[in-house]
Design a protein around this ligand. Structure first.
Ligand code: MSP
Length: 469
């Protein structure tokens, strides 16, 4: 059986995991659960991007060996991803020796699509980065971060000739052979592609000390993006192994800021290697905090661990999968988070408590799950509109609550006990059916609900699923 493959962006390990990182993982994990519910076997990669100057500098600042620094941070990321209830199959680190060797092999296989050229441009010594003429002019020639004038620098770098593949990439995106979701970002990218220049893919070793050596040139190291993007296939064993069981990936999930690398540079690499392009690229929006971009200088960075510690994992998953959009920017505030928690408690927690209590009183025993097709739900999931699919479930939960209110099984029990029993059984059946899909988003709660209502004796949970503070 052919497996399906889902990937996530690999974060830089120069800092701690932050709130923005949760989207990649939660969306991928939900997609994985959905595909598995349809019978697919899913391979699911996560990992860490561990090369480059920022990381090298951070390690130096901390006074530790660079490899030790990335080892520590990668371990922290791995723990973080697991704490989100995300069940991946592969964890790839770009400092892994197999990855490094495979990247060098990939470089060699790209052959003539790579060329060496001299680059001359504005450079900030503080950022250790080139800036465009536009950026230079906008900042009046002075780096806003380092308050130092940009200098003219010329450097020899290797380039990947994007021009070789532009027409093919455009055609594959336009025909949806590589489908970009949402459609407005596809349009945005196609515009960008027109003027997309060849990209620099190496730096002199003298400038970047922490990177994979360019094969055949001791003076140069790979510098974003080949080393990072290649992770998606090196983790499958490329080029040592045949990867056709997994590649092309079903869906590659990235944030909107890095879509252009995944829609432009990555396809160029793949075409250069003679590999097919991923079937889908999903670009999610950004998480803002109180309507603002999260940033250390504004001081509004929210630590996802703090959110986890507040009410546990389920409310976090609920918030970011239902109240954050899959495709647009979404805001987080603690007030909105509390409101979402109350929804969980009032709509779902109460339903479970009430229904289980009524079942216990009326001697209703556990039921088995009745599965039902839901084309409307599937359509939303397949369009990657996970938050809207989740809304549908929530509406069904609301309808169940209304049915309890209107059908009043507690009153029926006094006059028509058989009818009361039938009503309760049908309510439990419906909840268990909804619960099958809840498991895609909040698996922890779905397991609790299944345990309660399929047990021989239905008993309300000793503590409510979502206790009030
Ligand atoms: N290392 C690169 C990715 C290489 S993939 C071959 C990188 N790392 S990152 O740490 O900056 O970002 C990792 C992921 O988090 C990206 O998908 C990025 O878009 C996402 N996000 C970073 N900040 C975010 C928000 N504030 N909100 C949502 N996602 C955000 O880019």
């Amino acid at each position: 059986m052919k497996e399906s493959y889902i990937t996530t962006a690999i974060p830089y390990v120069n800092g701690n995991p932050h709130l923005g990182h949760v989207m990649d993982y939660l969306l991928a994990d939900t997609l994985r659960r959905y595909m598995m519910s349809k019978g697919a076997k899913v391979r699911f990669q996560v990992g860490t991007d561990e090369h480059g100057n920022k990381i090298y500098k951070k390690a130096a600042e901390a006074g530790i060996d660079t490899q030790e620094f990335v080892d520590q941070n990668a371990a922290q990321f791995e723990k973080f991803i697991q704490s989100l209830g995300v069940e991946y199959t592969d964890f790839i680190r770009t400092t892994n020796p197999d990855h490094e060797r495979r990247c060098q092999e990939i470089w060699k296989r790209l052959g003539d699509h790579i060329y060496k050229d001299k680059y001359e441009g504005w450079y900030c010594e503080g950022c250790e980065n080139f800036v465009t003429d536009t950026e230079h002019d906008e900042n009046d020639g002075i780096c806003p971060d380092h308050k130092k004038p940009y200098i003219k620098l010329s450097e020899e770098n290797y380039y990947l000739r994007i021009a070789d593949f532009k027409d093919e990439i455009r055609a594959k995106i336009e025909s949806d052979e590589m489908k970009i979701t949402p459609a407005f970002r596809k349009k945005e990218f196609l515009n960008l592609l027109k003027n997309m220049p060849d990209v620099s893919i190496s730096r002199p070793k003298s400038q970047v000390a922490w990177g994979i050596p360019v094969p055949g040139d001791e003076e140069q190291v790979m510098y974003v993006w080949i080393d990072a993007l290649a992770n998606y296939i090196t983790v499958l064993g490329y080029p040592d192994n045949d990867i056709s069981a997994y590649w092309p990936a079903n869906t590659q999930i990235v944030g909107k800021d890095i879509l252009r690398f995944h829609a432009g540079i990555w396809p160029a690499i793949l075409l250069g290697l003679g590999l097919p392009l991923p079937k889908n690229l999903l670009a999610h929006g950004f998480i803002t905090v109180n309507g603002e971009k999260m940033s250390k200088s504004i001081g509004n960075v929210v630590d996802p661990i703090e959110i986890l510690n507040k009410h546990g994992l389920v409310p976090l998953r609920y918030y970011f999968l239902r109240h954050a959009s899959t495709t647009d920017d979404s805001d987080f505030t603690w007030d909105k988070y509390e409101a979402a928690y109350n929804e969980l408690a009032n709509d779902l927690g109460n339903l479970v408590q009430r229904l289980a209590t009524l079942c216990k009183k009326n001697g209703i025993s556990g039921r088995s799950v009745i599965r039902r097709d839901e084309p409307e739900f599937d359509a939303k999931m397949e369009a990657y509109e996970f938050n809207f699919a989740f809304d549908l479930l929530w509406k069904q939960i609301g309808d169940l609550n209304k049915r309890i209110d209107s059908e009043k099984p507690w009153a029926l029990a006094k006059t028509e006990p058989e009818k009361a029993k039938a009503v309760l059984e049908s309510l439990v059946d419906e909840l268990l059916t909804i619960n099958e899909r809840l498991a895609l988003f909040i698996p922890g709660t779905a397991t609790q609900i299944a345990d309660i209502f399929t047990a021989t004796e239905i008993l309300p949970p000793a503590t409510p699923l979502f206790p009030k503070n």
